[in-house]
Design a protein around this ligand. Structure first.
Ligand SMILES: Nc1ncnc2c1ncn2[C@@H]1O[C@H](COP(=O)(O)OP(=O)(O)OP(=O)(O)O)[C@@H](O)[C@H]1O
Ligand SMILES: [Mg+2]
Length: 422
């Protein structure tokens, strides 16, 4: 029996028009290639970044085909030491091409360059500057400190996770071509589970529907879930128990959350891992410094600082572990993230209510907050009937009325203070 063809290969798009999602990013890439070399201020390289399985590699291949350009491609499975790179792309980068067919050099998965290949990063940075054709690179994490030198020379183009609204019709077409009756609900579950990774969706669809000619909700629910929480726990474990700075930093590259999110995870779990008080103090010190650097980096758009922040939050935390006891430690989800979301929602609700008061009373929102809201709450507290009438007059909906009632219940909440009795 011949081996079964994998669907992610079988349905690999070969034209840009067949690629699902990320239209804007693809448009920017096409524009960048078209304009390459004509604008001296434009970046000489392009770095496509984004999570796995969203079409970064296939987009570049399809672009070359659509534009009739030769693609000189080097991917992670090739030997990418400096010497080898020079041999593969060196000639292509300097060869005359004005009269021949145009070309593109494509270095895929560059965040997978091995750390011992420091020479390779330098070489690629040089290559981008001197190549006489566009150089496109792809990576999962554009902020990987190892590729800082390369990033500086590149236009950054982000590929996002494929949304359900785009993924489901795509999966439906594949199912039709395979003669599988697929329940649209089941496809939705499949898409949700794989969080925008189209390659993973195709693999799941193939495996789960292979036994029959149908793909049902039960099939989708039975799906072996690529559990993202599981991965992040492993990443944390590897960071916290790292024996060297280097292995702590490497552990981070396994994470499929961005560095700010990872910071929250480390921050939340450091006290559980660093059971010794002085270890914890050192770990928190490193995190505080990292936080500071992240903020400065953002405020001043000085992205070079990010790599120091990442070192501090990974290696810095790992190295602060000296006396803490070893062994298995339960981990928890970052509460700050849940709390931040809740606070954001409350702020938005407060603004909504103040907006209505402001409009009805011809005041600014700020004035509504200080001059009307406290009295309205006082009325709500003492005279529910009158409050109901006022709520109608202000046009509050049920959700807003609930929100106001919750403010009465919360001492210390804005406007919840009782005026002092004279
Ligand atoms: N946007 C897309 N449109 C159509 N097919 C896609 C898309 N994204 C992924 N695929 C399918 O998934 C396979 C893998 O896509 P691709 O190799 O381009 O992903 P990638 O973003 O480069 O991932 P990685 O970061 O793992 O390299 C493709 O062969 C194709 O079958
Ligand atoms: Mg790829």
């Amino acid at each position: 029996m011949s081996p079964v063809e994998q669907w992610d290969e079988k349905y690999r798009p070969s034209r840009l028009s067949e690629i699902v999602g990320n239209k804007e990013a693809i448009g920017r890439l096409v524009e960048w290639v078209k304009r390459w070399g004509s604008d001296p201020k434009a970046k000489r390289g392009a770095l496509i970044h984004g999570p796995p399985g969203v079409g970064k590699t296939v987009a570049v291949e399809a672009l070359a085909r659509d534009m009739g350009l030769d693609l000189i491609e080097v991917n992670a499975s090739d030997d990418r030491s400096r010497g080898r790179l020079e041999r593969i792309v060196g000639e292509a980068a300097s060869g005359a091409s004005i009269f021949g067919k145009g070309r593109i050099i494509f270095l895929d998965e560059i965040d997978g360059l091995s750390p011992t290949d420091a020479g390779a990063v330098d070489y690629i940075a040089e290559l981008i500057s001197r190549a006489n054709c566009p150089v496109i690179l792809a990576a999962n994490d554009a902020w990987d400190p190892r590729i800082g030198k390369i990033r500086e020379k590149c236009e950054l183009i982000e590929f996002k996770r494929i949304g359900i609204r785009e993924a489901v019709p795509f999966l439906k077409r594949i199912a039709e071509r395979e003669g599988i009756r697929a329940d649209p609900e089941a496809l939705k579950i499949l898409a949700e589970r794989n969080k925008g990774d189209l390659r993973a969706m195709l693999k799941d669809l193939q495996v789960l529907s292979s036994r029959g000619k149908a793909f049902t909700k039960e099939d989708a629910l039975r799906a072996a879930r690529r559990d993202r929480t599981d991965t992040i726990f492993n990443v944390l474990k590897n960071i916290f128990s790292a024996k060297s700075c280097h292995s702590a930093k490497i552990a981070m590259s396994e994470a499929d959350v961005d560095h700010e999110m990872l910071f929250e995870w480390i921050y939340e779990n450091a006290p559980l891992w660093l059971s010794d008080a002085s270890d914890l103090a050192n770990g928190m010190e490193a995190l505080a410094k990292a936080d500071l650097l992240f903020n400065i980096a953002k405020r001043e758009q000085n992205w070079g600082l990010i790599s120091y922040a990442i070192d501090l939050m990974t290696a810095g935390v790992a190295m602060s572990r000296e006396r803490s006891r070893a062994g298995w430690v339960p981990m928890k989800f970052p509460e700050r993230i849940a709390l931040m979301a809740k606070m954001r929602a409350e702020r938005a609700m407060r603004q909504r209510v103040l907006g209505k008061i402001a409009e009805r009373c011809h005041l600014s929102r700020a004035a509504a907050g200080t001059g009307v809201l406290p009295y309205l709450l006082e009325i709500a507290r003492n005279d529910p009937g009158a409050f109901k009438g006022l709520a109608g007059w202000f046009g509050f909906d049920a959700e807003e009325v609930e929100f106001l009632k919750s403010l009465i219940g919360a001492p210390g909440a804005p406007g919840a203070r009782r005026p002092k009795k004279g």
